[in-house]
Design a binder for this molecule. Structure first.
Ligand SMILES: [Zn+2]
Ligand SMILES: [Zn+2]
Length: 244
């Protein structure tokens, strides 16, 4: 399996980190998780291409996770692709319907399959996925792909989510802010390290990084390391990780 980080930033641009998007690929199967602002461009830069992603799996409906959905639809239509499947938590159907009603010339351009999922197990784009409810300001799902990969979506760090990710080869986890930012709905390094303590995860990538984290890398890793002794790194846009 190959994991490509398209966007590792947040709702506040840094210029280097675009909003959330991750491609999960195995053999000829590809799945785009989230589609924030900039993800359409990153799809091209990564070499994956918007023609080659016909399924999007949404963690939740905040703008920094859905802003490029319509641009992705339009690019696929112009490229001669005829379909797109969008899967996400409750409300995904009305979200897409509402987006299309604002730009009604886009209605009917693609054969859209819309599917809503809840916590539990299901299949998307040929991948077996488990979903788990996170702690965030909107309903949000974390997704796990067998033993290989777990993505936290947006969430506070808490033991339930750490247990959900336990024994994954790779975990990509929201780590929005450094410890001196008073925040709810997202982790800080201390809360993340505390939640991960005792888990057995191959490697953790920190993502959903706000500009507040610029230049704070060493102290953030040290803060996590005070509680959790596993391999932790910062995710970067366009980085691909191969998992055997
Ligand atoms: Zn969010
Ligand atoms: Zn977000």
């Amino acid at each position: 399996m190959r994991i490509t980080f398209l966007g590792t930033g947040s709702a506040m641009p840094t210029g280097e980190r675009f909003q959330t998007g991750i491609v999960v690929a195995e053999d000829d199967r590809r799945l785009l998780i989230d589609c924030g602002s900039g993800v359409l461009h990153r799809l091209q830069q990564s070499g994956v291409g918007y023609e080659n992603v016909s399924t999007v799996l949404l963690t939740h409906h905040h703008l920094d996770h859905v802003a490029d959905l319509l641009p992705l639809m339009k690019a696929r239509w112009l490229a001669g692709e005829d379909h797109l499947e969008i899967v996400g938590p409750q409300g995904t159907k009305s979200l897409v319907d509402d987006l299309l009603s604002v730009h009604d010339y886009m209605e009917g351009r693609l054969d859209l399959q819309l599917r809503e999922v809840v916590a539990g197990e299901f299949s998307v784009a040929g991948f077996d996925v488990a979903a788990y409810e996170t702690r965030h300001s909107l309903p949000c799902l974390a997704y796990r792909f067998g033993d290989l990969f777990t993505f936290s979506g947006d969430s506070e760090a808490f033991p339930g989510l750490a247990n959900f990710a336990d024994e994954s080869a790779i975990l990509a986890h929201d780590c929005s802010f450094p410890d001196d930012v008073d925040v709810s709905n997202h982790p800080t390094p201390e809360t993340l390290g505390t939640a991960l303590a005792g888990t057995d995860i191959g490697r953790v990538y920190l993502t959903h990084l706000y500009p507040h984290t610029d230049g704070r890398r060493e102290e953030m890793l040290a803060s996590i390391g005070d509680h959790y002794d596993g391999d932790v790194r910062f995710a970067e846009d366009l980085k691909t990780v191969t998992i055997d």
